[in-house]
Design a protein around this ligand. Structure first.
Ligand code: ADP
Length: 276
């Protein structure tokens, strides 16, 4: 105890109190440490593009007058890096603002089939541009025959739900080489819906899987920096789905492909009552 810095003058109750206080402080300490790490990571991510902007601007200012035709490349670099910062700030603000909560005013009865159809329209084009096959698998029962009673609707913040699925589709297209396949599938169960985004891409090594939803986590920092990722897309998707009382899971095999699955309560008004 002395080695741990416990004063010898503490009696038995004092020692018990000291241990309990230590345990009680654990969550606070953990979240403080998480906050510290988050701030350090965010600053680290911002440092590189800011330095690039600064050096391009400084070199431009120092360039001799006859070198005036050169600044175009420097301006392009400044624009690229500024866009990079802008995306990062948008993502950081998103994580800070929502903090796992939904705004009750934004929760509506969302037609999931319509939502997936509209996302599929966008991604069919993006996938084709990259030489990928895109499949949309909806339940065999047509939208009409669900009738109003059994429509796969979920009480959700439609824009946020769209953002979460969008992040998964974005990754699937990004991490699948040409000639591969990306599939978006909806399954309707009695009390929940399952939305699956599956690809035949590069996959995620087993040792990285437990960290994949951590903020700023990237499997290959050097490679993903080139593709513009910050390692925030999955953290945002998870935050959104958990705010809807849902769950997001991943299965992957390096070199074979990846499957993300979102499980959402169907027609549950509980998120309206318990959240916000
Ligand atoms: P990023 O913006 O870097 O893609 P994410 O949070 O969306 O950040 O993803 C974190 C990391 O998980 C990525 O950097 C990538 O290494 C890995 N990853 C995510 N989705 C896939 C996928 N479908 N296939 C392979 N790797 C993926």
């Amino acid at each position: 105890f002395l080695a741990l810095g416990v004063p010898i003058t503490l009696g038995f109750t004092g020692i018990v109190g000291w241990i309990l206080a230590g345990l009680a402080m654990q969550p606070v300490k953990l979240s403080y440490e998480q906050l510290q790490r988050f701030t350090a990571d965010a600053s680290h991510e911002l440092r590189a593009p800011v330095a690039a902007i600064l050096s391009n601007a400084q070199v431009g200012l120092l360039a001799p007058a006859e070198d005036r035709h050169q600044p175009r490349q420097r301006l392009e670099n400044i624009v690229t890096q500024s866009k990079h910062i802008s995306v990062l700030i948008t993502n950081l603000l998103f994580l800070a603002r929502h903090q796992g909560k939904l705004n009750p005013q934004d929760i509506t009865k969302t037609d999931v089939v319509e939502l997936l159809n509209s996302l599929a329209n966008q991604y069919q084009v993006l996938a084709a541009e990259k030489g990928l096959d895109f499949q949309l698998n909806l339940p065999t029962t047509s939208q009409k025959t669900y009738g109003d009673r059994n429509m796969p609707t979920s009480y959700a913040d439609r824009d946020l739900l769209q953002q979460a699925i969008h992040n998964l589709l974005d990754n699937a297209v990004k991490y699948t080489p040409s000639g591969g396949m990306v599939a978006l599938t909806l399954e309707v169960k009695p009390r929940r819906i399952l939305i699956t985004v599956q690809d035949t891409g590069i996959g995620i090594p087993a040792s990285d899987l437990p960290h994949i939803f951590d903020r700023f986590y990237r499997v290959d920092k050097a490679r993903t920096r080139q593709t513009g990722g910050f390692g925030l897309g999955l953290a945002i998707a998870q935050q959104i789905i958990e705010a809807h009382n849902g769950k997001i899971t991943v299965e992957s095999k390096a070199g074979k492909g990846t499957k993300f699955q979102i499980c959402l309560p169907l027609r549950s008004r509980s998120i309206v009552e318990t959240r916000g």
